[in-house]
Design a protein around this ligand. Structure first.
Ligand code: PLP
Length: 400
């Protein structure tokens, strides 16, 4: 699973253009023809490009494309961004909003799930459209772009709701905004007395580290306390350019954490996960969450059983720095649930049953493959009468 770090002609190209984030945005790869400049696509990838087109967008920055192995279809970078025909073979291809985020939105693109904090999807634009994206249904979709008046409505809702002390700006990727637009937004949010912290969820340090300019950092430094969570999934993404971007953020007084999505064949083995977590702390990035991959249409081929993640977490403990170990969680419509035995009750047939922070019993569809090493990780339990589950996809099984 090694990737060549970059293609020779790219490594040599450290031109001003290459490190200009706007140039990178303008030169994103989104046709098969462009893609063949970077890799030799397999038949499954060629079909993926053709057939996913009407359903899911795709886009790759040249910087991130340079991290792909041109010859290895199993390259962990390549699998994250190149469309694959498996996306269309997922039975759940129409289940596009598993967290019922639209239902939990008091105003457009503001998800208010916890009493004291909100996730504010300020844009649908992203530098790269990841194949596993939680918001695959909305990224790049004009319907989800907010006009200034709509942003103002969400800001008004936050201002009118004193319980909100923590505002998470997400998307899309909020750092696709230009600096003037960010300043507009941050000035308004930080002027609200009860908003104690603002944080960004952004993948820019991973897929377009040149966005983290000195000017951006000077701007962000004015709105302290501001936190950033970024999203590295594999050690091959920990490049010198990413390291520099992180360093600039830290020097601006912004603590940086990391959220990783657990994905089959990408980072679901102990060695890779350990290398990722240790590489992150070496860059002074604190591993925060490891996410169980959500039940979202078009991503089934990348999902692992919950037991895989639990096994990884158990294997890391004692073997590395305590703060290199993230919390393994599943996001549900009732909040994030740590996937450990304090919260997880057990396995009921093809479901993993857990309790959420407010006491809701949640059953996550999570079938086990036929021969699977960690199938004894969880006790077998009957399917609970009162469990809630992904509404439109899961057939409720008869009690065992
Ligand atoms: C993840 C999330 C948050 C932040 O949760 P933390 O556990 O505090 O990081 C807030 N709101 C929503 C809707 C979320 O999904």
């Amino acid at each position: 699973m090694t990737c060549s770090p970059s293609r020779p002609h790219i490594a040599a190209d450290r031109s001003e253009e290459w490190t200009d984030w706007r140039w990178q945005m303008r030169h994103r790869i989104h046709t098969l023809n462009d893609l063949t400049d970077w890799i030799r696509p397999t038949e499954a990838e060629r079909q993926g490009v053709a057939e996913t087109e009407p359903v899911f967008r795709w886009n790759i920055t040249p910087y991130y494309a340079a991290l792909m192995d041109p010859d290895d279809p199993a390259c962990p970078v390549r699998q994250q961004v190149v469309p694959h025909i498996n996306e269309m073979q997922d039975d759940l291809v129409n289940e596009l909003d598993p967290l019922q985020e639209v239902a939990h939105s008091p105003v457009k693109n503001l998800v208010h799930n916890y009493p004291d904090r909100v996730a504010f999807c300020v844009t649908a634009e992203c530098a790269v459209y990841c194949r596993f994206c939680l918001r695959k249904r909305m990224v790049g979709d004009a319907d989800f772009f907010l006009r200034t008046g709509e942003l103002q409505k969400a800001i008004d809702y936050i201002a009118d709701t004193p319980a909100i002390r923590d505002v998470l700006l997400t998307g899309g990727d909020p750092l696709t905004f230009n600096n003037a637009h960010l300043e507009w937004l941050l000035t308004r949010l930080t002027a609200i007395d009860h908003v104690e912290i603002v944080r960004f969820g952004t993948r820019m340090p991973v897929k377009l580290p040149y966005r983290i300019t000195d000017e951006l950092c000077d701007l962000l430094a004015q709105y302290t306390p501001l936190w950033i969570n970024t999203h590295f999934n594999h050690p091959n993404e920990l490049t010198a350019d990413a390291d520099e971007a992180i360093d600039r953020l830290l020097r601006a007084g912004i603590p940086v954490g990391n959220q990783t999505v657990l994905m089959r064949g990408i980072n679901d083995d102990v060695e890779t996960m350990k290398a990722l977590c240790e590489g992150l702390v070496a860059m002074r990035v604190r591993p925060y969450y490891l996410y169980q991959a959500q039940v979202i249409g078009g991503t089934g081929h990348l999902r692992t059983p919950v037991e895989t993640g639990m096994h990884l977490m158990k294997a890391l403990r004692g073997q590395t720095t305590g703060f290199a170990i993230p919390t393994y969680v599943l996001d549900t419509p009732y909040g994030k649930v740590p996937l450990n035995r304090s919260w997880v009750r057990g396995r009921a047939r093809d479901y993993v049953v857990m309790e959420t922070y407010n006491g809701t019993v949640w059953a996550e569809p999570n079938p086990l493959p036929a021969s699977y090493a960690h199938s004894d990780m969880l006790p077998r339990i009957p399917y609970p009468e009162a469990a809630e589950t992904v509404a439109s996809t899961a057939q409720r099984p008869a009690a065992v």
